[in-house]
Design a protein around this ligand. Structure first.
Ligand SMILES: *[C@@H]1O[C@H](CO)[C@@H](O)[C@H](O)[C@H]1NC(C)=O
Length: 404
């Protein structure tokens, strides 16, 4: 078969798969239904192809998906308002957005941690780049987009350590001075798995003697905040959810911890945590932490703990699951912005964090997007942009503009 024929065959197969995936039911209140259905069908088709490739032995599932992510990488493009450069802070790649406007006063700063299930993504992604650029512009802020080592080549805590190292580096007096940043006006933000890292770094930074300047605010956009209970109401309702399905999420999250596929299978059954983790489940007990509106008539079942379980201390580590921090560790957290989406597999992580933080007196601002879907911020560039993505972007940036 010649090359053109091969491409035509691929296109044909893609179309068949696409059509077979387009009938996923989309909730009634979703805007731009056809676009969302098409995006979801593309995501599910890619997942399907990736799994086929893995089963045939062409390449691993995550290699195929990460290849697709890479197609979307951008170069650092300066414009009339902004100098944009790719550089490194202590060997960790960052993209810096420095406003060109002269400023009489010191600027605020945002450290942004991208999402991608700990396995994919970069600040180079078109949507991340736009978000950080718009933030820098609107707030006249210095913005730092952080890349971190990705799974499965690197497991937890590599991701956490990289983000922490960037934060520590940036918060030094000499660096803040170099970029003209006000040490009292710094925000750490992130979406999805980036929200997990932002939350973990904010928690750990509170008690780190090496960090003199404390973060003013954290912004967590549809964050992933726990990996110990995979049977929350949002998991049940969005099992086959738009963009992110329960199967995919579990496959990727378990790659964050280990290459052992037994963890994936056990997580699917929600029977993977060891007996000695019993004391942690009160921190993710959704029957007490979720507002009734989201609990609906779901019935809470006690987790089935196993013995000996996976010998993975990471599963019990609050740097991987920020919801596992005790109340006293949460008490001193800074102002927190949490954005959750109704049609999101991991919605309840964010909702429970809001409850836990408010219970110990942390100032929390919470926006819930009734027609929101997971990953909406990834769809901000034509032709794949969604109004809901742009709306979430506006809410996030407006909050920072008012409060940072
Ligand atoms: C969760 O909360 C319920 C009360 O709503 C309680 O009966 C149950 O023991 C709690 N379970 C855990 C593991 O905290």
């Amino acid at each position: 078969m010649n090359f053109i024929g091969f491409k035509a065959l691929c296109l044909g197969v893609f179309c068949v798969l696409f059509v077979s995936h387009i009938y996923t039911p989309v909730p009634d209140n979703i805007e731009e239904r056809w676009k969302v259905m098409a995006l979801d069908a593309i995501a599910k088709t890619c997942t399907f192809v990736a799994i086929c490739f893995e089963n045939i032995g062409i390449m691993r599932y995550e290699e195929f998906i990460s290849m697709l992510f890479r197609l979307d990488y951008t170069q650092p493009l300066s414009d009339e308002y902004m100098t944009v450069t790719d550089t490194a802070f202590v060997d960790i790649p960052v993209r810096l957005y420095l406003p060109k406007r002269k400023s009489e006063t010191l600027r605020c700063a945002v450290i942004y941690v991208h999402g991608g299930a700990f396995c994919f993504g970069s600040y180079k992604q078109t949507a991340s780049d736009l978000l950080n650029r718009w933030t820098a512009n609107r707030l006249d802020a210095v913005v730092v987009g952080v890349d971190y080592r990705l799974a499965p080549q690197h497991h937890f805590p590599a991701q956490f350590e990289d983000v922490m190292a960037v934060v520590k580096f940036f918060l030094q007096d000499k660096i803040l001075k170099k970029y003209g940043v006000d040490p009292t006006r710094i925000c750490i933000a992130g979406d999805s798995s980036g929200g997990a890292l932002a939350a973990a770094v904010t928690q750990q930074g509170q008690n780190d003697p090496e960090i003199k300047h404390k973060i003013k605010m954290q912004a967590l956009l549809y964050p992933a905040l726990q990996a110990i209970d995979s049977d929350l109401p949002s998991h049940r309702e969005n099992q086959n959810g738009i963009i992110l399905t329960r199967d995919t999420a579990i496959k990727l999250v378990s790659l964050y911890f280990t290459k052992d596929e037994a963890l994936t299978r056990a997580m699917r059954r929600n029977q993977f945590m060891p007996l000695e983790s019993k004391h942690l489940f009160k921190f993710v007990n959704w029957s007490t932490l979720l507002p009734e509106k989201y609990r609906k008539d779901h019935v809470y079942t006690e987790p089935v703990l196993i013995s000996p379980g996976f010998s993975l201390p990471a599963l019990m580590d609050s740097r991987a699951s920020p919801l596992l921090a005790s109340d006293s560790q949460l008490r001193n957290l800074p102002l927190t912005y949490v954005l959750t989406c109704q049609h999101d597999l991991i919605r309840d992580d964010g909702l429970m964090y809001v409850t836990r933080l408010r219970n110990v007196g942390v100032k929390v601002a919470h926006d819930h997007i009734e027609d929101g879907i997971h990953g909406a911020l990834s769809f901000m560039a034509s032709p794949l942009y969604l109004h809901v993505g742009l709306r979430i972007k506006d809410m996030y940036i407006s909050f920072l503009d008012k409060n940072l």
